[in-house]
Write a protein that binds this ligand. Sequence first.
Ligand SMILES: [Zn+2]
Length: 349
Amino acid sequence: MNGLIEALANGGTLVVAEGYMWEIERRGYLQLGNYLPEVVLDHPEVIKQLHEEFAHAGSDVIEAFTYYAHREMLKLRGREEDLEKLNRTALKMAREVADRHGKLMAGNVSNTPLYEPDDPKTHEVIYAMFKEQVQWAVEEGADFIIGETFGAYGEAEIALRAIKDWGKGLPAVITIAAYVPERTTDDVPLPEACKKLQDAGAAVVGLNCSRGPETLMPLIREVKKLCTVPIAALPVAYRTNAEEKTFFALRDPKSGKRVYPDNLDCVRCSREDARKFAEEARAAGVQYIGLCCGNAPNLTRELAEVYRKEPPASRFRSRMELSMVFGDKAKEYGAEMSTTAKWMTGDGL
Ligand SMILES: [Zn+2]
């Protein structure tokens, strides 16, 4: 497979599975609140398996799980000595799975808690943290590097600069997190922030995380109007809406209580939601599509199908006509099967 630039040339598209942190948490190997990706070292097989599943579901990119694996996080949790090993292990696993399936492998740097717009010292510290992660990604054979989930334009710009300075020419994909106000936390309107990142040399710009499809897409259309490079759209897979624009704000429709982070399941996007998002994104000219938090292989398969990727997992798309109870064959069985169908649904009783 060619690199990112070639893949996106002439209107080409990439499906990119993100959202590892939440899916790994759901599987029981990561703690919300803590967010330390120690699973990479403690249970590497869990990460490898999820890479495999996303590849099977049609992701064109295997993203190394180095989200929050920056020096500050490891230091905070008393595992700073594991920093390099954790990053390299995550990158190696992603490379291995990507090679096996002919996919691209992406390194990753992400938001930190350190950024202060008016304090250049914090910018230097963050730059140094990104620099080392970028260097490891280059050495472990990444095809491109993602800088993601930045609330502040300034921190996104530092990530881009670190990738440009130390990425040995690897392209940068920079995505900003859209919160409730439609500007970065350092007050740049989101479409303009994307345009500035494009002008500073990002190969792909866009928005990821925080907002679900319904509240992200209007912003993506604005980004698309302003930018000429390929646009990335990777919402969370949760049903955000006009009143609750981010997944942090979502409430349980039953209890009215806030659901972030433990009870998000009750507002998770269905496969149909994912498909509808992919159709809208495709119509809007989004070339780099995926889902972030809340993503799972079954949702990625929907995106991949809409984007004509023919994922191996499509072989297992539902075919209810094969069902012994509800399908064509049911008619050839006795009355018991039709009674069972009625009893199961309550229809026609
Ligand atoms: Zn996310």
